[in-house]
Design a protein. Structure first.
Length: 135
């Protein structure tokens, strides 16, 4: 199910050309929360045939972008740290972004990445800066 906040937000997210290139799909979005998924194909694998860390990071970062920008104010990441817990041998990755804390200018999120078997693959902790610009 796709919950859409407004047309401007959807245009902003649909305009993310890199997310589209790697095949990320937005599943759910609401202020402070989002779920995105990515079907794993050969293009997502690294030299040792596991999902490339950058692909996992990109999925998590896109979920953060959807959740944080759904609040109506342009928010960009300014600091991020990712922990990889295990390699996934699944065919799908799902990222769930949740707001942890927010102030007038700073928003903190955790984004957990799972495969379709609910194995916990990674966690992105990310800080966003809320610009003086509305969507």
């Amino acid at each position: 199910m796709r919950i859409v906040m407004n047309d401007k937000l959807m245009k902003l997210l649909d305009n993310d050309r890199f997310a589209a290139l790697v095949g990320i799909e937005l599943v759910k979005v609401q202020p402070g929360y989002a779920v995105a998924k990515m079907e794993i194909t050969e293009k997502h694998l690294n030299g040792v045939n596991i999902i490339q860390g950058g692909a996992i990071f990109t999925l998590a970062d896109f979920a953060f972008a959807a959740a944080s920008n759904a609040c109506g104010q342009i928010t960009v990441g300014i600091n991020a740290s990712i922990s990889y817990f295990q390699a996934s041998n699944g065919k799908t990755l799902i990222a769930e972004a949740k707001e942890v804390a927010v102030s007038q200018k700073i928003a903190n999120y955790n984004v957990d990445v799972f495969n379709e078997n609910k194995d916990h693959i990674a966690r992105l902790s990310i800080t966003g800066y809320k610009k003086n610009e509305n969507i």
